[in-house]
Design a protein around this ligand. Sequence first.
Ligand code: ZN
Length: 198
Amino acid sequence: MDYYSKHISKLIEEFSKLPGIGSKSAQRLAFHVLNMTQEQVDNLAGTIINAKKNVKYCKCCFTLTDEDMCPICKSDKRDHSVIMVVESTRDLAAYEKTGRYNGVYHVLHGAISPTLGIGPNDIKLKELIERLRGDVKEVIISTNSSVEGEATALYISKLIKPSGIKVSRIASGVPVGGDLEYIDEITLLRALEGRTDM
Ligand code: ZN
């Protein structure tokens, strides 16, 4: 990267830190930004800064939201006695897109992964257990079908079982290791409707 000025090199370096961006894509993005108008660049930078500043965790379900409590947790049209556990806000969005789930969510922000050194305390698990003190009838575990997702599902199920609350797991049929957000709505609905007790 020595052929570029240090500002360009720095820009490429920053882009290459983003997920899924290799060095070629990083260069393409950097030069694209440099070809944008000043106004466009200000807009982009400002949007990133504002999003980071203003988006926070919902104090109830821990999804990313603009307010203290997200619209789903605030809604009295949702069934607050059914909690679906997902790994990320993107997974929540995928289920919301189906328009057929009427319960609420709990976002873990990750999954347990001994190989990556991510333990139960590194995800929003304590917070889920806290919520179970309320009037909860069912916890639907919709973590991914990756090794980490399955391990997390098993861990959570063992943790909740003694409380007598029903614990279910979305049906397989969700491609192994597939990020939920890339799965079509029909598959997602089928997985939800075909959920089984754990
Ligand atoms: Zn919420």
